[in-house]
Design a protein around this ligand. Structure first.
Ligand code: ADP
Ligand code: MG
Length: 140
């Protein structure tokens, strides 16, 4: 297995409930290391750009509303098999279908307000990291 980097977000539904530390702890306990982190309140333009792949989906407006409703903690996580490992500890998109012990099963409110984002493949991880961080902000 290779050491990888993935992009993660602790979404506004979670930061509003003061869950940044609890969620980060679950990532760290899974063997992932936070190598970059900042708290941002994203603009509509930033949220629409980040989620552009979903712009034709019926939930796009709701998604952008949620992501601009409060602070988000954007992070780069590093570790063995980090992309897949983070998706595993996040759990399914719909918390009703997420496995016990996952972040979404534990904390998510609904399919839309599901507390975390994680990249789904190496190409999207690289793109998403670049969207939010410059190289000098990532310190392993
Ligand atoms: P994931 O975040 O698990 O990769 P997707 O990439 O399919 O899921 O969707 C991106 C985000 O859009 C989800 O995390 C969720 O916040 C929102 N979303 C997805 N499907 C729905 C839906 N049916 N209704 C409302 N929001 C949704
Ligand atoms: Mg996705």
């Amino acid at each position: 297995m290779a050491i990888e980097r993935t992009f993660s977000m602790i979404k506004p539904d979670a930061t509003k409930r003061n869950l940044t530390g609890a969620i980060t702890k679950m990532m760290e306990e899974a063997g992932l290391r936070v190598v970059a982190s900042k708290r941002v309140w994203m603009s509509r333009r930033e949220a629409e750009g980040f989620y552009a792949v979903h712009k034709e989906r019926p939930f796009f407006g709701e998604l952008v509303d949620g992501m601009t409703s409060g602070p988000t903690v954007v992070q780069v996580l590093e570790g063995e098999n980090a992309i897949l490992k983070n998706r595993e500890i996040m759990g399914a998109t719909n918390p009703a279908q997420a496995a016990e012990g996952t972040i979404r099963k534990t904390f998510a409110l609904s399919i839309g307000e599901n507390s975390v984002h994680g990249s789904d493949a190496p190409e999207t991880a690289a793109q998403e990291i670049k969207y939010w961080f410059s190289d000098t902000e990532i310190v392993g």
